[in-house]
Design a protein around this ligand. Structure first.
Ligand SMILES: *Cc1c(COP(=O)(O)O)cnc(C)c1O
Length: 499
C-alpha cells in the first residue's frame, strides 16, 4: 500500500480552477419567470451614495458547477465523517446523525429565546433533565448551560471560585495548575486575575505531591486539573491532592472538557472536585472543530450554587420556568441560555445510550487507546509505562535522533494517508510528543491501518528521511507558515492579474 495510492482522491490534487476562473459572462444557474411588475430604478429604493459603481464581480456559473464547487470545498476540509481523526484531547468521535435531526425539530430549532416559559415547556424540560444527567455524570448538584465552549466554562468556573472566596471575606490570589495542563487552564486563571502557580508532574505522570505541598498556602484560590490528564493518565493521588487543597481552604476545578474515559466509571464530585465543566462538543458527540458552536456547561457542588449565572432552569412540580431570583449570581456570561442546539444533540446522545451505553463508551475508548498504544510502543518511545485511559502520548525522540525526522514531519506525512494527524508537541512535558486519542467509535481495522501507516512512515524515515520531511504531497497545499496561515489567512481571490 503506497501512500500515493491510499491518498486523498485525485480531485483534491493539483490546481483545480477556482469558481471565478470557471465563470462565463451571462451563464446562470436558475430561470426566473419574467418580471411582471414595473421595475423601479435602484436609485428610487436606495440612497445614491450607497450604490455600487459597478456590479460585484460574482462568478457566473450553472447549478452543476456551483454544486461541484461547494462539494469539492467541503471535501478539502478533513472531518471525522471523511477519515480517522485521532486528535488527542479533542475527542473526534462519530457524531450520530440522528442528533442532527433531533436538533432540527421545528419546536427546538425555531423557538425564539424570548418566548414565554409556558410556550417553551418542552425545551425547558429538556434542559432540566439534561442538568440532572450532567449532575449524575459529574457528581455535582447544579449546572449552568451558559458557557459556549470549554474555555468559556473554565472562565465561569473560576469566576464562581472567586465569588465564593469573596463571600467568605477572604479573596485569594493564586491558582495552581500542573505542568501537564491544557493551555486554556493557565490562560483562564490569568484572565481571571490570578497568579498562576505551576506544579511539576512526578515520574508516574501525576501531580508531584511534595511540590504541591510546597506551594499550597492560604492564598491559593484553587487548583485546576484534568483527570485523567493530558497524558491520558489517571492521577492516583487525587484524594490526597483534594485533601491538601481543601485543608488550605482552596477549591478544586475539574477540567472535564474530555470526559471520555470516566462516563459511568468515576465522577469528579466523588474525587473531591467542587466545580467541573464538560464539553458537550467533545464527549457528547456534537460535531466540532473550526471554532464552534460548542457548549461548555459548568456543574458545581452546593456551596457554589448561589453564584451560578442567571437564569437557572427550575421546575415547581407543574411547570418548568427560568429562575431569575438569584441575588448572589455572578451575572450572565452569555446571551440567553447558552447554545441550546448543542445541548439538544448531547441530550439525544445520552438518552439513546442510557447509563450502560455511556459506561460502554468509556470502556471501549480506553480499550482502543490501550490497543493502539501497545502497537505503537513497537515504533515510538512511550514515556510513561502505564496503562493509559482514553488517550496516550508517545514520543519521537529516538526517531529524531536516528533519522532527523521530527514528529511534525510524521504528522504531515500522515496527511498523505488521508488521516488527520494527532496532536503534536503537546503536552509540553514530553519531548517530540504525539498525543493520540482514537475514541471508542473506531474499528480495530482503522486502528490497525493507522498503526501500519505510522510503521511505514518510520520505515520511510529510516530509508529516505527527505521524503518524509517534504510531505504532504497529496493535499491542495503542502507546508504553510502555520502561524501566518492561522493569524492572517489569505483566502481571497484577487483575479487573474494577481496570479
Ligand atoms: C478542548 C479542551 C479544552 C478547551 O475547550 P474549548 O471548547 O476548545 O474551549 C480545555 N481543556 C481540555 C483538557 C480540552 O481538551
Amino acid at each position: 500500500m503506497s501512500p500515493e495510492m491510499r491518498s486523498a482522491p485525485a480531485r483534491l490534487q493539483g490546481a483545480e480552477p477556482t469558481i471565478f476562473e470557471k465563470s462565463r459572462p451571462g451563464r446562470v444557474g436558475l430561470t426566473l419567470p419574467p418580471l411582471d411588475v414595473d421595475r423601479r430604478p435602484l436609485e428610487d429604493l436606495l440612497p445614491r451614495d450607497m450604490l455600487r459603481e459597478e456590479p460585484p464581480g460574482l462568478p457566473e456559473v450553472n447549478q452543476l458547477e456551483a454544486v461541484r464547487h461547494f462539494v469539492r470545498l467541503s471535501h478539502r476540509n478533513h472531518g471525522v465523517d471523511l477519515g480517522f481523526y485521532p486528535l488527542g484531547s479533542c475527542t473526534m468521535k462519530y457524531n450520530p446523525k440522528i442528533n442532527e435531526d433531533v436538533a432540527r425539530l421545528p419546536g427546538f430549532a425555531g423557538l425564539h429565546p424570548y418566548v414565554p416559559d409556558d410556550l417553551a415547556q418542552g425545551a425547558l424540560q429538556l434542559l432540566y433533565e439534561m442538568e440532572q444527567y450532567l449532575c449524575e455524570i459529574g457528581g455535582m448538584d447544579r449546572v449552568s448551560f451558559q458557557p459556549a465552549a470549554g474555555a468559556h466554562g473554565e472562565l465561569l468556573g473560576l469566576m464562581l471560585i472567586r465569588a465564593y472566596h469573596e463571600s467568605q471575606g477572604r479573596p485569594r490570589k493564586k491558582v495552581i495548575v500542573p505542568d501537564s495542563a491544557h493551555g486554556t487552564n493557565p490562560a483562564t486563571a490569568a484572565m481571571c486575575g490570578y497568579a498562576v502557580v505551576e506544579v511539576p508532574s512526578d515520574d508516574r505522570g501525576g501531580i508531584d505531591l511534595e511540590a504541591l505541598k510546597r506551594v499550597v498556602d492560604e492564598d491559593v484560590a484553587g487548583l485546576m486539573l484534568t483527570n485523567p490528564n493530558t497524558l491520558g493518565l489517571f492521577d492516583e493521588n487525587i484524594a490526597e491532592v483534594a485533601r491538601i487543597i481543601h485543608d488550605a481552604g482552596g477549591l478544586l476545578y475539574y477540567d472535564g472538557a474530555n470526559a471520555n474515559a470516566i462516563l459511568g466509571i468515576s465522577r469528579p464530585g466523588d474525587m473531591g472536585f467542587d466545580v467541573v465543566h464538560f464539553n458537550l462538543h467533545k464527549t457528547f458527540s456534537t460535531p466540532h472543530g473550526g471554532g464552534g458552536p460548542g457548549s461548555g456547561p459548568v456543574g458545581v457542588k452546593k456551596k457554589l450554587e448561589p453564584f451560578l449565572p442567571v437564569p437557572l432552569v427550575a421546575f415547581d412540580g407543574q411547570r418548568y420556568y427560568w429562575d431569575y431570583d438569584r441575588p448572589q449570581a455572578v451575572g450572565r456570561i452569555r446571551s440567553f441560555y447558552g447554545n441550546f442546539g448543542i445541548v439538544v444533540r448531547a441530550y439525544a446522545y445520552i438518552r439513546a445510550l442510557g447509563p450502560e451505553g455511556l459506561r460502554r463508551i468509556s470502556e471501549d475508548a480506553v480499550l482502543n487507546a490501550n490497543y493502539l498504544m501497545t502497537r505503537l510502543a513497537e515504533i515510538f518511545d512511550v514515556p510513561y509505562k502505564r496503562r493509559c485511559l482514553h488517550e496516550f502520548v508517545v514520543s519521537g525522540t529516538t526517531l529524531k535522533k536516528e533519522t532527523g525526522v521530527r514528529v511534525l514531519d510524521v504528522a504531515k506525512r500522515l496527511l498523505d494517508y488521508g488521516v488527520h494527524p494527532p496532536t503534536v508537541y503537546f503536552p509540553l512535558i514530553v519531548e517530540e510528543a504525539m498525543m493520540i486519542e482514537p475514541t471508542e467509535s473506531e474499528s480495530k481495522e482503522t486502528l490497525d491501518f493507522f498503526a501500519d501507516a505510522l510503521a511505514e512512515i518510520v520505515r520511510e524515515a529510516q530509508e529516505d528521511p527527505e521524503r518524509v520531511k517534504g510531505a504532504p504531497y497529496t493535499t491542495p497545499v503542502s507546508r504553510l507558515d502555520e502561524a501566518l496561515a492561522a493569524r492572517k489567512p489569505d483566502v481571497r481571490w484577487r483575479g487573474p492579474a494577481a496570479g
